[in-house]
Every structure is written in C-alpha cells, then in structure tokens.
Design a binder for this molecule. Sequence first.
Ligand SMILES: [Zn+2]
Ligand SMILES: [Zn+2]
Length: 761
Amino acid sequence: MTRDEPRSVLIEVALPLPLFQTFTYAIDDAMASRVRVGSRVVVPFRQRRQIGICVRLDAEKKPGTRIKQALEVPDAEPVVGADLVALCNWIAEYYVAPPGVALRLALPVLLTGADAPRPSQRTRRMLRVTGEAPSLIERDAIFGRAKQQRALFEAIEALGGTTSAEHLRDQLGFSPAVISALEKRGLVVAEAEVVARDPFLSRRIVQTPRLSPTDAQRNAIEEMSAADGAETFLLHGVTGSGKTLVYIELLRAVLSRGKSAIVLVPEIALTPQTVDRFRGAFGDSIAVLHSALSDGERYDAWLALKRGEKRIAVGARSAVFAPVSDLGAIIVDEEHEASYKQGEAPRYHAREVAIMRAHAAGALVVLGSATPSLESWVNAAAGKYRLLRLPDRVAGGKLPKVEIVNLRSRFSGGNGASAPPYSDYDRTISAELDEALHARLARKEQSILLLNRRGYASFVQCDECGYVASCPNCSITLTHHRTPERLVCHYCLHQEEPATKCGRCGGVTLRQRGVGTQRVERLLGERFPAAGIARMDVDTTSGKWAHVEILDRVASGEVDILLGTQMIAKGLDFPNVTLVGVVDADVGINLPDFRASERCFQLLSQVAGRAGRGPKGGSVIIQTRVPEHHAVVHALTHDYDTFVHAEIEGRREPAYPPFVRLANIVFSAVEEDAAMELALAAGEWMSQLLAAGQVEGITLVGPAPCPIERIKNRWRWHLLLKSSQPGTLTKALRFFAERYDPATASAERRITIDRDPVSLL
Ligand SMILES: [Zn+2]
Ligand SMILES: [Zn+2]
C-alpha cells in the first residue's frame, strides 16, 4: 500500500453492470458509521458516478489493484436487507448473472438512479384559475388573438377551475408552451398535489362473509398452521376447490403471530377477483404490487412494506423480493405458470426463489395449483414437499362435464361428395358448440370461448404455389390482423400491408388460414347479432386497466360470450358461466418443446375449470383434431394423476426435467454464419472442459439451430446442457461465463444462459 491511498476500511460493492465480479472501495470514518451490507454506496467507476450496493464489509485488498475512495453513502439505513442481499447473491450464482444486476431485483427503480438517491412522494402539477371569472368582453381584451390560451383557460374553467397539467397535455392536447404562457400571465397558478391514487385501491371491496372451510380445506389449513417453519407444501386443489380460502386462513395465522407474508400470482391484471378477496380479508394490511403502478407508487408500496406498515405483499413474480421482515409464509398461486420465469437476465424462476427465500427465513411456502408442474409433483412424490389435496369443489359443486368434438373426422372429407359445403362459421364452430352457445344465450347464461391464437388469420397462403407470407426478420409466418388491416409478426412486431398478389408466383388467390380471435369474434357477431361479445387478448388489453374493465363487464352480465386467448383461462370465477368452449385445442400441442403437452393439458384443465362454478353447473366442449392425444384425453376426465404418469414417462428417454436439470445457452448474431460459428466454438470449448474432467456428469446436446431459427433479425443457435446434479451444472456454467473467451461475443454476437428454461424455442 502506498502512502497516497486513504488509510481506511475497505468494502465490497456490487455495481449494476454486466460484469461477473464485485469491486473494492475505501470508505472514511463518517461513511463507516453508516454503511452496512445492503447500503447504497456512490462510487467512481470509469469516470462516472455509479450507485452500487455494499455486499461485504471488511473486504481485503487484492494484490496489484488500486483502491479508490467511495464518494457517498446516501442513506442512514441499508436499502436492502441482509437476507435479500444473500438471496440475490444466490440468484447471481445459480442463474449465472452479474451480482450487481441480480441485486437490482431487490430495489425499486427510483433507488437505482445515480442522481436521485432520495425520491420524494409522487406529486402532480395542478393548474388553478386565479381571480374572478372575466366577462366575455374582458376575455377578448385579455386574450386577443391568443386563441389557444383562451381555449386552455376555458377548458380549466369547465373542469371546475382546477385540473392537472398532465390531463390538459395528454388528454386535451394543449402544448406545454401554451400552459406556461398562461402561467406567466398570472391567469392560472401551478400547485403540487400529492398523488396517492392507485386504481386498485379505488375498486370496490367485496365483503364476502367469512366462509366456513370444508373438511379438506380445514385439514390443509391446520397442517400448514402447525408446520414449524421452513417447509414447502404443494396444495393440489381442483378448480373451484377453494384454494384462496386456504391462503386467506393461512395468512390470518401468519399475521396473528406478528409475521408478514408474500402472495405471488401469475399476473395481477388477470386475477382481479383473487386480489379483491385478499383485500376484502385484509384491507389496509395489503400492498398490491401491480404493473400499472408508477415508479413513485411502487416506491411508496415498497416503503410501507419495509417499515412494516403493510404486512402482506401481493404481486407477480418480482413481489418475491418485497422488503418484508419477519417473513412467515410465501404463497405461490398457480405455481405451474410459465410467467414466473423472468425472460431476461437474471433469468430467475420466482417459485424457486420463493423456496430459497422462505427456507432461509424459516418461513413456509405454499405452492398451489390445479395442475402442478411436473417438477413440483416429483418433489412432492419424493417427500421434499408435503402434498395437500383439495379433491372436490366447494359447496357440493361438480366439475363440469367435458365433451370432445373431433374436427378431423368432420372435415377430412370422410363422407366425400355427400359432405355439405361448410361456411367459415361451420368450420370454426361445430354444430355441438353452436347449439350449446345458442342454449346459453336463450337461458341468459354466459359462455367463455378459448382460442389461443390472436389476430384474424394465423397465416396467408397462395392457393397456386403454397407460398406463405413470413416475417423478414424472424422465421415465423405473419399473422393477418383486421382493424387496422395488417400482416403482423408476433415476435418482432414487424408490420406490412397485406399484398394482393403472391410474393412468389404472382397468383391472385391468397387464402387466410388458421382462424384467430379477431375472426372468431366477427363470425360470432354475425351468428349472434344480439349477443354481448367481448374479446380479451393482447390486442384488446393494451391499456393499463383494460383487463379489469372487460372482466367487470362480464361480472355485471353485460357480456354473454367472453372470447379470448390463454388470458381468460385462469382465476376467473363467474357463477353464471355455464359453458366453456375450446375452439381449437391443438394450438401449441405440436410445438417442438418438451413442455408442449404439459402446457396444453394445463391450459385445457384451467379453462375447463371456469365452467360451472355456480349452482347451475356447467359443461365444456373441446374441439380438436387429435382427440387421442394424452393431454386431451386426460383433460376430458379431469384426471391430473393419470396425465402426469403418462407425461412423465415421456421425459425419461431422452431425459428432460424433472429427471434432469437443463441449461440452454443461446447464441445469436445478425449473420447466419456468425451465429453458427459462435455456437460451434462454444460447443467445442464446453466439450473440452468436460473431456478434461474438470466437470463431470453433464450431457451436451447440440449445438444446433434453435427451433425458431431467427427472431428480430438475429439468427439463433443453442447448446443444451443436461445434468442430474444442479451443483455440477452451476460449476460448468460459471466456468463458461467467466472463462470462455469473451472476444467472440460483442454487441453483434450475443450469448445468453438460461438455467431451468421454461421453453426451448
Ligand atoms: Zn418478426
Ligand atoms: Zn404463389
């Protein structure tokens, strides 16, 4: 150590950069009195101020390094608890992510900026007119030819004399210049108003009477309440068996012990009814962390949880990082949902993170589902998780009767010349389904129709040469959308005008194939002109509260037929829905992905579960061309156990999860050759690593082109690693991430590591 360097304490800091290391900085006495593990620290890094998190006190100087002085410790208390620092370190290690990037998961966005260490409450700028209202003649004199200013002034007057600048700008289209001109003239004053408006909080709380549990529910509640911490339960309850009631009673027990809890749901906007029930039971103790929150609102919720003012966090996957202390339980509802896996680095799975976090805190975990993931099922069978079952619907409800309509025999021309000429509607909605819809409309009952394919037609094909229009950036066919009339790529959002002639042969007969939700909506509208029809898919739900608005319309009875993609399959509980129709069960069933059948079974079971939840009962009609497929066969009888046994056998050879753990390394580049070379070189490197005996017990598959070879203008290859030992896989992946020659990767060539992938496409 030279004399120039400050003689002080050293700490280890994780910076939010794509680097697989932490950095050592010196702190002075004043900082040392404030800094803890989890404190934010402002440090100099490559000529810039960076805000990092202290991950270790009493660090040691690495030989040959020059230590810089930290600049500032902005907070009196650590922003991240030591427990969450440890959890994020585990994520960085297991999912092979840079530690500083993993730590960002535990911080609200407002605390990650280098220049804004202390966010204030969120306020909005309100404009208020001053003085007496001028007469018309006075107005002419005041405004003269400034017509916009006058229009603005009068708009504010019309809104009661005060309104937000945001509303004037975004909704009424006034420019900021006009607003500030009016302010300068003293005709309006600007005031700050604290915003505490949260659309979820303004929803009416439905005070359902406290229900008395069934025997199965009571048994589940008792077993969970009696558990001595750190235990994982798999709550396998059929649809309509009352899992939410079990969650609520467990939460009551947790709160009564002075502890707090986290409830994860796949997506808040899709499950307003579930969230409403939690709010009904716990009111102000709950913080709902939904995606429509602004950064400021999110920060407020974070703070309320951290201070213990709220003790239950409800949210999608990132809520697993809620800063609650004295954690008593984490509930993962619909634990099989793929949305629990984050699609970008760090590619964590919230279910696994929940288990790690709860285990470290001595808290219990409840994984709930009507169709548990195979991974969780195997863990329960092996005794790692305790299995609790809710085998029946509550209040004597019966699971709906499921009927299969085989579309293949119908349209394959089996009857030859005698087959009638089918209309588009007949080809899409079978006579059975049509009749069932008709009967529901006549009885003023509601129906749900699932078609997991949005847009109008899934592709457009030339009748003469068979050419199909596909995306110029991705190896995906373009989907035909109406309103606006466009061909759209669902991967990169490329859009183009539909051509009138074939791009290959110039033929003029272009046929739309594969119906999408837009087209079914139109066909239904023509067939049932008096019916209230609502469509729920990505295209109709771009607004923040669009989901909730559609579902509220279903609840009020305004909607007779709710048509949608997988969005409508989970969580919905409308007693007047007595029919569920699956327009095409085969969407996705043949994808080249080892989870395709599992996903299909889950989707069919979940959507079937929306039917018959009230005293009127209900039925389900599944239209398919593969009625013999085991996902369809077992959905027919609601037979999860038999499905699992059949499905699991197919995962043995070749081995897939849950028999082995996977890591998918994806290589991509703009040039096809570059992607291939990158993948081949990495595959070679990995083979040598294994051959050298550094890591044992790993099987390599590939490298090979990804099933979707090109996305967003990038060619994609992948290398799959399989192992039955998680530790071995971690070791190999870390060797790769830290030592594989980074010169081959650049902005143009990308390598991503996806541990425990939910999809291999
Ligand atoms: Zn594309
Ligand atoms: Zn053609």
